[in-house]
Design a protein around this ligand. Structure first.
Ligand code: ADP
Ligand code: MG
Length: 603
């Protein structure tokens, strides 16, 4: 019998390798950005069109390549970064396997323009499915630009396997964030469909985090800094009270490379044990430096997983370092960032119980109904409608309420603290409580209240629909219609009385009781939009998503003067919630300051 073993042609071998390296557009982004960083670039732009389906382009001002190197860079196992096996154990650059470009070119159309500073002309190469179709000199800027088009054009299975543009875009953003967070010394720009998403100047780590996640992170983070013989830890952790339900701001870097490691994630979480609520996740940006010979980064082709020699020791170092950082912050708030705001108040201590003011409430009173309440069973004083009264009456009203309450408090045995309640800037409700003071954001609080109410009703399937006098025709895109079909029954349970009308529109005859007839088309679309964003297991999550959307839509505005009753009612409803402290989107509803906190500010 003849020999039967054959060597695979390169193009096939590359395609197989590509399966490991290039799983989705985001994988290309990661490889190209890392190559640019390795090339010593100080400015890197990433341009994305259609979440990478149409185009991914990375332009850098790095060292560029000679014509020979440009051609070689597409060969498998072609790398300038290691030359002997021993080097594998001392790797500090990003790439080293020399297969990224080969893999990308195997499954896409790649155009490369590159020029070294010392050369007059650069090189232009087009590589389509591992075949070089063009190679010519070109006059171009110093540095390198890779354009990747028609990704997976020759692997329909992969292409079909891609998720919605939203999901793919999210993955791209994640990769971008990871690289940007490891290289504050490099300026980055990101555009999507020609819209600028980020322009990150060269800076330091603190500013890079703020530039990526918003200035509000300025006082949400505390520094972590620990040096031992095994590892060095640096970075920032989020204060416990800013933990979020949503995961996503957990960044762990080893030797400046983003990695995932559940064991170490667990170490960090355990440091937060009992400081944050179940199912909430602390943010962290932790940078670990460790002798490369004590880790193996090579076990995973995309290199986000690594193995440590001293895993257990690292676990305990990490836990204790995080604990220490939290502890320090509890004694003194971090005054770490240069941009520290001048008025730095102490946030409430995590898990310190906030006592609900013990207030009597008129159960029949709907604080946000537009109709003026005429019957007032619980309160003896006259009601003033908040919207219509003049400043003058407002003062009078205040006075009257204060008086009424003082006299009421005697016979109702309400503690003195309950009577101290006022609105600040038409947005915050300030209330004295026994141990100090709470400040409630009226809109955030109302979101929480509505969310729980609506969710309960949805879960009990006891929603009410109100018929529209003029049925509404809503035009939808083809993808909206696909989603609509999936959530059709859920929408009907929610109270939307809908019929499909033609190919791309629906007729809405009735809407949920909560929605009201105004803006119901906008809201309807918003629910579909939210459903699309959460398209996995949508029907399981539908109630929560719908409740969130309705709550966000209906919550009282930030700029509404509330009457005393309305404020009282809001507070009592808030404290009747299962989770009064956060909105369904994880924003705080209230902040507490103990008298101790206040005293400390002035000592
Ligand atoms: P690796 O990064 O693992 O070495 P790649 O396939 O990603 O392998 O890249 C192959 C080689 O191409 C790199 O080692 C480098 O020499 C060169 N290269 C890739 N991208 C760039 C770039 N943006 N600028 C300069 N050289 C690059
Ligand atoms: Mg590389």
């Amino acid at each position: 019998m003849a020999d039967i073993i054959k060597l695979l042609p390169d193009s096939v071998a590359n395609q197989i390798a590509a399966g490991e390296v290039v799983q989705r557009p985001a994988s290309v982004v990661k490889e190209l950005l890392e190559n640019s960083v390795d090339a010593g670039a100080t400015e890197i732009s990433l341009n994305v069109i259609d979440a990478g389906r149409t185009l991914l382009q990375v332009i850098d001002n790095g060292c560029g390549m000679s014509t020979t190197d440009a051609r070689l860079s597409f060969e498998r196992h072609a790398t300038s970064k290691i030359s002997k096996a021993q080097d594998l154990f001392q790797i500090r650059s990003k790439g080293f396997r020399g297969e990224a470009l080969a893999s990308i070119a195997a499954v896409a159309h790649v155009a490369l323009k590159t020029k070294r500073r010392e050369d007059e002309l650069g090189t232009y190469i087009i590589n389509e499915g591992s075949k070089v179709t063009t190679q010519e000199p070109v006059s171009c800027a110093n540095g390198t630009s890779f354009s990747v088009k028609n990704l997976f054009y020759n692997i329909p299975a992969r292409r079909n396997f891609l998720k919605s543009n939203n999901v793919e875009w999210k993955h791209i953003l994640e990769e971008f964030e990871r690289v940007a967070l490891t290289h504050p010394e490099v300026g980055f720009e990101l555009t999507h469909n020609a819209e600028q998403i980020f322009k990150l100047p060269i800076s330091n780590l603190k500013l890079r985090i703020l530039n990526l996640f918003g200035d509000k992170y300025n006082n949400r983070l505390v520094p972590i800094d620990e040096s031992t013989s095994i590892v060095t830890l640096k970075g920032y952790i989020g204060k416990p009270e800013y933990a979020k339900k949503k995961r996503g701001e957990q960044f762990f870097f080893v030797n400046n490379r983003f990695i995932k490691n559940n064991y170490l994630h667990h170490a960090i979480n355990s440091a937060f044990h009992q400081l944050i609520e179940k199912n909430y996740h602390p943010s962290y940006f932790i940078y670990m430096d460790i002798d490369p010979s004590r880790i193996d980064v090579n076990i995973h082709p995309t290199k986000t997983e690594i193995k440590f020699d001293d895993e257990k020791a690292i676990y305990s170092i990490l836990t204790s370092a995080v604990r220490q950082a939290i502890g320090k912050h509890n004694i003194a708030p971090s005054i770490d960032f240069e941009q520290e705001t001048s008025f730095n108040v102490l946030p409430p201590k995590a898990h310190q119980e906030v006592k609900a003011p013990n207030i009597r409430v008129n159960k029949n009173y709907n604080p946000f109904s537009e109709i003026k309440q005429t019957q007032n069973t619980d309160f003896t004083f006259d009601e003033f409608d908040s919207e219509e009264e003049s400043e003058l009456i407002f003062h009078k009203e205040d006075e009257q309420q204060a008086i009424t309450f003082e006299s009421k408090s005697e016979n109702q045995e309400l503690s003195d603290s309950n009577t101290k309640l006022f609105q600040l800037h038409q947005r915050y409700i300030v209330s004295q409580i026994k141990s100090g003071v709470i400040i409630v954001d009226q809109r955030q609080a109302h979101k929480r209240i509505l969310f729980e109410k609506i969710l309960k009703r949805l879960n009990r399937q006891s929603t009410v629909s109100q018929q529209l006098i003029f049925p509404l025709t809503i035009e939808l895109s083809a993808t909206d219609i696909v989603m609509l079909k999936e959530i059709w029954d859920s929408l009907r349970t929610l109270g939307f009385d809908i019929e499909q009308f033609g190919k791309n529109s629906v007729v809405v005859n009735g809407v949920p009781y909560e929605v009201g007839t105004e803006n119901c088309d906008v809201l309807f679309k918003e629910i579909i939009h939210q459903a699309k964003q959460n398209s996995n297991n949508i029907n399981q999550k539908f109630n929560e998503i719908a409740a969130k959307t309705l709550a966000n839509n209906d919550a009282v505005s930030k700029n509404k003067k509330l009457t005393f009753d309305e404020m009282e009612h809001l507070l009592s409803e808030l404290f009747a919630c299962e989770n009064p402290y956060y909105t369904p989107n994880g924003k705080p509803t209230l902040k507490q300051f103990t008298t101790e906190d206040l005293n400390k500010m002035f000592d």
